[in-house]
Design a protein around this ligand. Structure first.
Ligand code: S3P
Length: 425
């Protein structure tokens, strides 16, 4: 479906966005692993989290889906049923990588499959440490899905992360939850810490930029959580508000976990008028309201250490960069090539269509020059964040713009269009 976006004059109002996708995946997983009934409010409405729920349904968990809460009847320690078919992770890397750690410790065999995009994404990053734990885990010849996992007796490891990835860290720690002795993961670049926080795992901050996490036999106890809104979803509306004149927006109860708020730090450094109101905490996760007002932005240097923190928001930050004083440049972000699509190449291709001067590097890109083309048809590459990035950009252009295969936004935020409409003038 090609979606047409006309120019928006200004935005104003308040939005309550769906629950954070990363926290929601984990709430579904940990609730499924727990004994008893867990209650989750404001669960992400994304297709990705539905993929996680479908996998755990296959493993025998029961979900009662209400208007505003879902209840999960977990299966407890090693209580999962052997699934009757392959577990379909859909488009979701988080599902595939985290569940691999859980499944490696089960005493039945499983197979993980995914859609075309997920079936191209690298899996060696989890296979390698899980094999060190003695997992019997096998990939396709290209080190991608399908993944087959056979039962084995796992052993703990002491693992130093080679890629900055919360998915890899979580996969290892989740396998470690099944073992008597401690599994240790050391991280030199901080990645999102929802797994550690939600499970209350031991974390040691050595103070010199190194963090050590560990897990050992401790299964989750049933819990209640009201999932705060997703800051990655929020970032599209934040950039739109900053760039439009006479605009003001309040985003209510957004996750403000410091491992996720890099986007606010970068946009504030760019002179964005962003204020946090009513800061509070929900199950160890910081939340608050975000007030955003129109701003004159300036491009700034984006430091290497903040990249993992803003990895999902770089596409929309680059839109801010086009309209900001100076030229936008991002480096140290090669990981973007391994997301739902090769996001560096997708962004560069679309920006070239606008007439911008684009320099593509292996680990990033730079943008300069002006916009010369009108009513461009942007490609989403089936990637939800690329689709929303160019929806925001199209809405900022006098000529508007079009985004092909826009439907893919349902992967993270099915109601993006309704939310956009409700604040646009
Ligand atoms: C996620 C971690 C990040 C992020 C993804 C969600 C998670 O991926 O890009 O959208 O929930 O753990 P990596 O761990 O591959 O960096």
């Amino acid at each position: 479906m090609i979606k047409e976006f006309t120019s928006i004059n200004r935005v104003n109002g308040e939005l309550i966005l769906p629950g954070d996708k990363s926290i929601s995946h984990r709430a579904v997983m940990f609730g499924s692993m727990a004994d008893g009934v867990s209650v989750i409010g404001n669960l992400s409405t994304s297709e990705d989290v539905k993929s996680t729920m479908n996998c755990f349904k296959e493993l025998g968990c029961e979900f009662e889906i209400g208007e505003s809460i879902i209840k999960i009847k977990g299966k407890g320690f090693k209580g999962f049923n052997k699934p009757k078919k392959s577990l379909d992770c859909g488009n979701s890397g988080t599902t595939a990588r985290l569940i691999s750690g859980i499944l490696a410790a089960q005493d039945f065999e499983t197979e993980l499959i995914g859609d075309e995009s997920l079936s191209k994404r690298p899996m060696m990053r989890i296979v390698e440490p899980l094999r060190k734990m003695n997992a019997k885990i096998f990939t396709s010849d290209k080190a991608t899905l399908p993944i087959k996992i056979n039962p084995s007796a796992l052993n703990p490891i002491n693992y130093e992360m080679t890629v900055a990835s919360a998915q890899v860290k979580s996969s290892i720690l989740l396998a470690g939850l099944h073992l008597v002795d401690e599994t240790i993961v050391t991280e030199k670049v901080f990645t999102r810490n929802h797994t550690e926080k939600m499970l209350g795992l031991k974390t040691v901050d050595t103070g010199n930029g190194v963090s050590i996490y560990s897990s050992k036999k401790k299964y989750p106890i049933h819990f209640q959580i009201n999932v705060p809104s997703d800051i990655s979803t929020a970032s599209f509306f934040i950039v739109l508000t900053l760039l439009l004149p006479d605009s003001e927006l309040v985003l209510k109860n957004v996750s403000l976990n410091p491992t996720r708020t890099g986007v606010l730090r970068v946009l504030k450094n760019m002179s964005g008028d962003i204020q946090i109101l009513n800061k509070r905490s929900e199950m160890n996760e910081e939340t608050g309201d975000i007030l955003i007002r129109s701003s004159r932005l300036k491009n700034v240097e984006i430091d290497k250490s903040i990249i993992p923190n803003i990895i999902d928001e770089i596409p929309v930050i680059s839109v801010a960069g086009i309209f900001a004083e100076g030229n936008f440049q991002i480096n140290n972000a090669e990981e973007l090539r391994y997301k739902e699509c090769d996001r560096i190449s997708a962004l560069c291709e679309n920006y070239k269509k606008l007439g911008l001067k684009v320099d593509e590097f292996n680990d990033g890109f730079s943008l300069s020059g002006g916009i010369s083309s009108k009513n461009v048809l942007f490609e989403s590459f089936g990637d939800h964040r690329i689709a929303m990035t160019f929806a925001v950009l199209s809405s900022l252009l006098k000529s508007g713009g079009r985004v092909e295969d826009f439907d893919c936004v349902k992967i993270s935020n099915p109601d993006f269009l309704g939310q956009l409409r409700s604040i646009s003038f």
